[in-house]
Design a binder for this molecule. Sequence first.
Ligand code: FES
Length: 283
Amino acid sequence: MSSRPSRSWSSGAGTAGAARDLARGTGTAQGASRGAAYGDRFGATERTDPWWRIPILQAVGLLILIGYANYAAILGADHYHYVANGRDYLSPFFSPYVHPAWWPFSPALLVLVFPLGFRATCYYYRKAYYRSFFADPMGCAVGEPRKGYAGETKFPFVLQNLHRFFLYAALVFLIFLWWDVIRAFTFDGRFGMGGGSLAILASTGLLTLYTFSCHSLRHLVGGNVDCFSCAVAGGPRQKTWGVVSVLNEHHMAWAWWSLLGVCFGDFYVRMCSMGVFQDPRFF
Ligand code: FES
């Protein structure tokens, strides 16, 4: 094992609580050594659990879903909207729909920069793609490809700090997406429900849970406060923070389900528009 350079950045991973969590997360008995790995040969580890399984599954899942999203947004601009027999279903990739005459490409490209930036800078997705695509690190206590560590202080990774601003944009997007849900439940001016209504509701509902479980939102409502009872609007803030905290515990799950949901929402609208699906109407 090589001698390890000292690390000048602290992530808090050395605290007793974090150490317990790490031990739980890797299945290693408390007190047993899992090896430090920083500064070790790339891929070297003392771990015996299948630590490589999650990065591989994440890589496959992201390649499939992001591949589909790219196809739909860039090449699939002909079937983003299904308007027939009272139905008005808009693909979530194309919402809000903006298509000025001077723009020669798919209109999705004008709006997707915001949801894309929100996901790309998300704390969970960062962990996922750093592990799965950059192998940096591939897992806790697994040797890294680089010997230096600059955190996210240099270009392009310093841009990850824009996450909170993408959050603000995502909150605005939710308004448009919920408007699309209302349209999807409106048939010829009256309340109704079809298969597409449910697909669009699921997509927007999961996106809402993902957005409201965001770490930055949790900080926005409850962070930077010494005590809630001394803060302005402390009571409502504490309640909101409590709800966001409950959702935040499952942020990874919401990240995956919402990505799946938005792809399914687009897929459903696309299949209806192409005439592949006959959309059922329930009432
Ligand atoms: Fe994942 Fe904000 S941390 S969306």
